[in-house]
Design a protein around this ligand. Sequence first.
Ligand code: TXA
Ligand code: MG
Length: 321
Amino acid sequence: MNTNLIGTDIDRAAAALAARQLVGIPTETVYGLAANALNPEAVAKIFAAKQRPSFDPLIVHLAHLDQLRQYARQLPVNARQLAESCWPGPLTLVVKRQAVIPDIVTSGLDTVALRLPRHPLTRALLAQLDFPLAAPSANPFGYISPTRPEHVAAQLGEAVAYILDGGPCEVGLESTIVSFAGPKPQLLRAGGYAQEELEQILGQPLERNTFSSSNPRAPGMLAQHYSPATPLRLAEAYATQAPLAKRIAYLQFRADQAAPKWATKCFALSDSGNLAQAAAQLFSLLRTLDAADYDLIVAEKVPEVGLGRAINDRLTRAAAR
Ligand code: TXA
Ligand code: MG
């Protein structure tokens, strides 16, 4: 591997992006695979590198709140309110788009997903660029998202010109996505910003995304996603019957609780039930277990509140066949 590939040189990252190359960028949620969002040729490289289907649109990352107008054609009052309260942070807003956003970014939709990330290195990078960054999570399509620069290097090292090293991601789960394209704000993806907090700011409940993976109006919300190569199943499937596998890694929420007897080895997402800690550990631990020699990973669901909703969403998708 090119040892010079990972570093903290913002000028080098900016130069590569200006030359239409791909760069791995740290965000507070997960690492992104970034390209100039206004250049279709650069954005096409993202889809090729990830082997991502072209019907799955990308999030556009902004440097400043003022840029909302440039890229959003309509901005409902409550969308602006969320942006002002939650940005920079793990929240993505889907709004009607301006024509400057190329079709390849939005998969031809009339809407665009916008986000202002919180990681200081990426904020400094964005401030230096005269274009926003299109960036999906920097993993091959369908696999676990990366939360460390080494994760990006291991799988997409050949595709990127550089990886900006921002250390381990603080949140560890992708951003929460809220759409303002319809009459009422709708939650498209549970994520790093708790639904309860967003509803409190909005003063109204978010509608749930009722689309299915076969419905093209919800691209990218596929039933199966975030999957390790080792089969992963939810613990609830084995409430009365032990799994038929030899080497079983058991992923539990809290270290201070008992694991089933059939588990070969037990791994905890948190010491004593802290959801933020669990979220920050999840993807990194799944990668470690996937690289180890297990036949099966069995994961417990966590409490369905706050960040727990997003953790359960990722585990459920990882377990889907
Ligand atoms: O935390 C994050 O959001 C990370 C970091 C890198 O910012 N990015 C990320 O991107 O998770 P990605 O591509 O892995 O997931 C973006 C999701 C996809 O499921 C996509 O379908 C959805 O956002 N999306 C993008 N544009 C959309 C649109 N116009 N309407 C509906 N969904 C959209
Ligand atoms: Mg992704």
